[in-house]
Write a protein that binds this ligand. Structure first.
Ligand code: IPM
Ligand code: MG
Length: 365
């Protein structure tokens, strides 16, 4: 079935970034076009510079023009940024600073990071099958506050001439409440369990966090709220990850715990993420980095990028049917035995980035 005048037309900003970015982005774009057509969904793609590529072209990891292009779109799809080449530049010129600027500039305070073990890839985990089989966790990380953005920050010289590095962990009630609401709503659409992670035994900022979460829980009587200290949460994630459904936590703890949760699946090349604000376009990106060591060799796994496009359809554009079809296609190509190098196992069919893309298009057609 083809449809020449789409029912809906979305404007998508593409930020391919660095390393393997352009290779995996090409696959995601092809998948989006293919899945959109029969559903009457059209796309207008506009590409912009971000990360190292932007530093090379303009000296700035997030040029104002890029931010403007993002603001004028319905959703932003990012691949990956960074590489050895830019690691030694001053902080304001690093690719990572561009990413933080994009999050702040678009007001993306809620970061959703799912870590779901696919049955086809249980063996890829470094943990025992019985520990990880069936794991399905959603980490809801606060993304525009906490110690990443708190003031004062910087390296200062004291009266005695000693240097002093300072960052400040700070959360206001309103910041806690808005991420809390996203987390309670997310838990409601999932297993109905929410675990709030903090360090309230030591940190005042965490005590306020815990008090607000407890208070908010009275408005969500259907959600089972629990609290864990972050050190215990790290331990429990490795010891018995199946006890978790939805986790909500601050920026720094979420950065660390989401990597741990991701690695339960054994394959960071499979994991998408969504960053959402109150109204601005959302940002959708794989959890993995730009993998400069394999860039340009057609070896990258495009699945996290493709699943990020699925999250864009589900959470950014409210097109769940398109998201379902993309996710089902991924399951089908895995069932058919297609594997890129990072998830390869005995008896499977080793393919490159492009061939994985072709397999996805094939099952979608
Ligand atoms: C992430 C990354 C970023 C972060 C870096 C690249 C700034 O680790 O998205 O988790 O710390 O948030
Ligand atoms: Mg991180």
């Amino acid at each position: 079935m083809s449809n020449s005048s789409p029912r809906k037309q979305y404007r998508i900003t593409l930020l391919p970034g660095d390393g393997i970015g352009s290779e995996i982005m090409a696959v995601a774009v092809a998948v989006l076009k293919q899945v959109g057509e029969p559903l009457g969904i059209g796309f207008e793609f506009q590409e912009a510079l971000m990360g190292g590529a932007a530093i090379d072209a303009t000296g700035n990891p997030l040029p104002e023009a890029t931010l403007e292009t993002c603001r004028n779109s319905d959703a932003v799809l990012l691949a990956a940024i960074g590489g050895y080449k830019w690691d030694t530049l001053p902080r304001h010129q690093r690719p990572e600073t561009g990413l933080l600027g994009l999050r702040a500039g678009l007001g993306l305070f809620a970061n959703l990071r799912p870590a779901k073990i696919l049955p086809q890839l249980v063996e890829a985990s470094s943990l025992k099958r019985e520990v990880v089989e069936g794991v399905d966790i959603m980490v809801v990380r606060e993304l525009t506050g906490g110690i990443y953005f708190g003031q004062p920050k910087g390296i200062f010289t004291t009266e005695t001439g000693e240097q002093r590095g300072v960052n400040t962990m700070v959360y206001s009630e309103s910041e806690i409440d808005r991420i809390g609401r996203v987390a309670f709503e997310t838990a409601r659409k999932r297993g109905g369990k929410l675990c709030s992670v903090d360090k309230a035994n030591v940190l005042d900022v965490s005590q306020l966090w815990r008090d607000r979460m407890t208070q908010m829980a009275t408005e969500y009587p259907d959600i089972e709220l629990s609290h864990l200290y972050v050190d215990n949460a790290a331990m429990q994630l490795i010891r018995a990850p199946k006890q978790f459904d939805t986790i909500v936590t601050g920026n720094l703890f979420g950065d660390i715990l989401s990597d741990a949760a991701a690695m339960l699946t054994g394959s960071i090349g499979m994991l998408p993420s969504a960053s959402l604000g109150a109204s601005n376009p959302g940002l959708f990106e794989p959890v993995h980095g730009s993998a400069p060591d394999i860039a340009g060799q057609d070896k990258a796994n495009p699945i996290a990028q493709v699943l990020s496009a699925a999250m864009m359809m589900r959470y950014g554009l409210d097109e769940p049917e398109a998201a379902n079809r993309i996710e089902a296609a991924v399951m089908q190509v895995l069932d058919a035995g297609y594997r890129t190098g990072d998830i390869m196992s005995e008896g499977m069919k080793l393919v490159g980035c492009q061939e994985m893309g072709a397999a996805l298009l094939q099952v979608l057609s």
